[in-house]
Every structure is written in structure tokens, then in C-alpha cells.
Design a protein around this ligand. Structure first.
Ligand code: SF4
Length: 335
């Protein structure tokens, strides 16, 4: 089942337990009936792992993306990630026995066509057909690599591209999309995330695991069940990072997210969104507006405009001490 919570997953929240973020978020599959939607005026601040990571990376980057909502042109790397995720999601539409590299390769062209139809500027990312062909080959190599990491014929995901959200006691709403959720016969939950980069150095790995803890916290707060395993699959170099969280982890994650949110609120109240230059500036789409690169940010939106904004989320560094101990759990999710 794609994008909604299955009644067949006993440890997961029922559909009606997940409430929409705003009346505008009608694209999410788990929306309740219109009568249950809150009025637009009741908009609740929310945070996603990506936006939390933005603030931790650079408060000004967060401002550009969340407050100013500046558009960003797609890149080849972003498009490749989207395509690979789409193919791996669709792969599980196939009967289990047919989930092989050939079936996945056959999905690349139609999924790319679908993405371009939805976002025509993607077609302009390539200087010529040869560049496009080379890019498709890279995407195909990542998809082939996926098959070296696990056997999809022995898996039956409970959910793919699952939209999740939960409200903390403070009123902060957390939200995000989980690439894949597996539920074992015993009811154990595994959160799976595909990464189209290479496995990160330790500090970046900690950040990636924070994202996974974020999702685990949301599931725990909505279902009462701590996911047994968090699994990051790096399709760029064929590595897997696994971690088994516990309640103490998730409580610590909750405290970090609340503290991060207070920092975001302070920045918003003060209008103080400082640039924090780092190596990541090389990938920033907003260098031309950044004071660290001689630019000038646009005027901040008015208080009235800000009051109508919805504020998404981000992540922070963690350790991965129990990652190895989780390796033996793979077999539990096989069918
Ligand atoms: S260029 Fe660097 S410092 Fe400036 S906004 Fe982007 S990430 Fe922040």
C-alpha cells in the first residue's frame, strides 16, 4: 500500500489518528474527510527532517527555503535521486518473483517520462542526449546496486512513500515521508531510507541517523511502538547503515527537536537568520543572495505574511553505537 497506513499493520496508527497539517495538504493519502480538516486559520507550525537539517547547516539557508520560499532550480543529482526513489517504489508493484534488475531497469524510462511530465524543466537539465544517456546510466547503476544490498523478492513492504506526522506535547507538529516501512510477522517495524549518495563520514552519518530517529519518534508518538530498526541504504557505494533505537534515544531526539524549534522561533522573532558558511555552500542555490558571498538577502516578509507561513523541519548529530548489533535482524523481515 502506497502512502497510507495499512490496517494490516497492527503496530501502526490507524488512518484517522494522523491529522492533516493544514487544509491545503490535500495531496497526502491519509487525509480524513473534509469535515475533519482544521480551518486554514488554525495552521499549526510543523517541522520536517530536511528543514531541520537546513537550520542546523545554516540558519540563512533555512530562511531562504522556509521563510522566503525562494525557488531552486532542479539539479542532475536531485533529479537522479527522485528517479531512483520512484523506480524502487514502483518495483514493489511487481509480483514478488518478478522484482529483479531487469524489471527495475524497465521502469526507468517510464518513470523518467512521468517525472518530466510533472516537472518539464527536468528535461532541460542536460546539454545533449549523450549527457542524458550518461546520467541515466548512473541512475541505472544505483538501481542495480540496490539488488546487491537486499533481495526484494523476499520483502513485502507495509508502506512506501509514507507520509507521517505527529504532534508533540508542545504543539509542534513533526512531519515527513518515509521511503519504505517494513513490518515483520511479529509486528516489528523497520524504517528504510534510500540514499543516492555514498555512505557518509561519521558526522554526516550521525545527521542521517537523526533523520531516521525523527521518523521513529513520529511513529512512536502516533502508534506507541518504537521501531525496531532504522536502515539507511546508500546506493552510491552499496553500503547499509543500521541502528536499533530505544525509548531513551527517541526521548533524547524529542528534546533535541524541541530545542531546535525554540532556536528557530528565536531566529524568527528576532529576524536574525545568520549565514553559517561551510563546505556545503558549494551546493547552495542562494550564494548570490548570501552576505558571505557578497550578496544581499531580500527584505524579510512582513509579520502578516510570516503569520501565514508553515514552518517545516531538520536534524542533529547522534552516535551509532548499536548499528552493528542490528545487522542480524535482516532475516526477520523476509517473506
Ligand atoms: S551560501 Fe552558505 S552561508 Fe550562504 S546561505 Fe547558502 S549555505 Fe548559508
Amino acid at each position: 500500500m502506497t502512502g497510507e497506513l495499512s490496517a494490516a499493520s497492527p503496530t501502526l496508527p490507524r488512518v484517522e489518528e494522523i491529522r492533516p497539517e493544514t487544509a491545503a495538504s490535500t495531496a497526502t493519502a491519509e487525509l480524513p474527510e473534509a469535515a475533519e480538516l482544521p480551518a486554514a486559520a488554525e495552521k499549526v507550525w510543523s517541522l520536517s527532517p530536511s528543514r531541520a537539517a537546513d537550520f542546523l547547516t545554516c540558519p540563512l539557508l533555512y530562511r531562504f527555503r522556509v521563510v522566503d520560499r525562494l525557488p531552486e532550480a532542479p539539479s542532475q543529482a536531485m533529479a537522479r535521486g527522485t528517479l531512483v526513489h520512484a523506480v524502487l517504489e514502483r518495483l514493489f508493484d511487481e509480483p514478488a518473483a518478478g522484482r529483479n534488475p531487469q524489471a527495475a531497469a524497465a521502469l526507468i524510462a517510464p518513470e523518467w517520462d512521468r517525472l518530466v511530465a510533472a516537472e518539464p524543466e527536468l528535461a532541460e537539465l542536460f546539454a545533449d542526449p549523450a549527457e542524458h544517456a550518461a546520467w541515466l546510466e548512473q541512475a541505472g547503476a544505483m538501481i542495480d546496486r540496490y539488488f546487491t544490498l537486499e533481495d526484494p523478492t523476499r520483502l513485502e513492504p507495509a508502506h512506501r512513500e509514507l507520509h507521517v506526522q505527529a504532534e508533540l506535547a508542545s504543539g509542534l507538529r513533526l512531519r515527513g515521508y518515509i521511503d519504505r516501512l517494513d513490518v515483520s510477522a511479529q509486528g516489528d517495524v523497520r524504517i528504510v531510507d534510500y540514499k543516492t549518495g555514498t555512505a557518509p563520514r561519521a558526522d554526516f552519518e550521525a545527521r542521517a541517523l537523526f533523520q531516521m530517529r525523527f521518523y521513529a519518534l513520529v511513529l512512536w508518538r502516533t502508534s506507541g511502538t518504537v521501531p525496531r530498526l532504522l536502515q539507511l541504504m546508500y546506493l552510491g557505494n552499496g553500503e547499509i547503515v543500521r541502528y536499533a533505537p530505544d525509548e531513551a534515544d527517541l526521548l533524547a531526539t524529542e528534546r533535541k527537536i524541541e530545542a531546535l524549534w525554540r532556536a528557530i522561533e528565536r531566529a524568527r522573532a528576532a529576524g536574525d537568520w545568520r549565514p553559517r558558511p561551510s563546505k556545503l555552500c558549494d551546493w547552495c542555490a542562494h550564494q548570490a543572495l548570501c552576505p558571505s558571498f557578497g550578496g544581499t538577502p531580500p527584505p524579510l516578509p512582513s509579520a502578516d505574511e510570516l503569520s501565514r507561513l508553515d514552518m517545516p523541519a531538520a536534524a542533529g548529530p547522534e552516535d551509532s553505537a548499536r548499528a552493528d548489533s542490528a545487522l542480524a535482524m535482516d532475516k526477520d523481515y523476509a517473506i
